[in-house]
Design a binder for this molecule. Structure first.
Ligand code: SF4
Ligand code: SF4
Ligand code: SF4
Length: 206
């Protein structure tokens, strides 16, 4: 088994090296404890140990057409978010220090969730709050802001609010949001990504 794993790691590493010159279109959501992009890129050897260690199959290897990111680990929050495991087995399995075990669940530092108020059901006056209830850091990373509805003396708006400094970026909110087109109404912007990336994501870019 070890021989097969070693051969597979060599193959993905070689594939990544061949494609290293092709830039990635958007920053990827990295597993917990990845830290800054340059730090991670310098240490990740694309061995796949974090993928194997995740009990929820939340980590995938970037496809070969992902340019220099090919075969590096990422989380697709919409299909399977990170559960913020208490012991972070993914980071603990990393042999190079590319992933370091966060001291607490809230310290995963994968990214920050951002709400699109134009598409969020709660901001349109409906009751939803799915993201709020899905958040493993409920009332820390997401709170509900109860406010009067504009032009309506009876009904209130139950608006979710992300507390950026307390959001781990796990993506459970994004996974569960009932809004789908062109994108979920709450999206995790990966650590280090910029406004351009967020605009692309909220417009439905993968
Ligand atoms: S914290 Fe748990 S669910 Fe999240 S990527 Fe690591 S092993 Fe998977
Ligand atoms: S789950 Fe989506 S639609 Fe519902 S409150 Fe959260 S962001 Fe808005
Ligand atoms: S990404 Fe969403 S679910 Fe995860 S900690 Fe942040 S607000 Fe909570």
């Amino acid at each position: 088994m070890r021989i097969i794993a070693t051969a597979a790691a060599a193959l993905v590493g070689a594939a990544g090296a061949v494609l290293a010159a092709v830039p990635s279109p958007l920053p990827l959501l990295r597993p917990p404890g990845a830290g800054e992009a340059a730090f991670f890129a310098a240490r990740c050897v694309r061995c796949g140990r974090c993928l194997e260690a995740c009990p929820y199959q939340a980590i995938h290897a970037a496809p070969l057409n992902a340019g220099r990111e090919a075969s590096t680990p990422f989380v697709n929050a919409r299909s399977q978010a990170c559960r913020l495991c208490a012991e972070f087995p993914c980071a603990a399995a990393c042999p190079t220090g590319a992933l370091t075990v966060p001291e607490e669940r809230g310290g995963a530092a994968m990214g920050v969730a951002v709400i699109n108020e134009d598409t969020c059901l709660s901001f349109q006056g409906m009751r939803c709050e799915v993201c709020y209830r899905a958040c493993p850091l409920i009332d820390e990373a997401i709170t509900i802001d109860y406010r009067p509805r504009e032009g309506d003396a009876i009904h209130a708006v139950f608006a979710p609010q992300v507390i950026a400094e307390d959001c781990a970026g796990c993506g459970l909110c994004e996974q569960r949001c009932p809004v789908g087109e062109p994108a979920p109404a709450i999206i995790v912007v990966p650590t280090g990504a910029d406004e351009v990336t967020y605009q692309a994501l909220r417009n439905g870019a993968a």
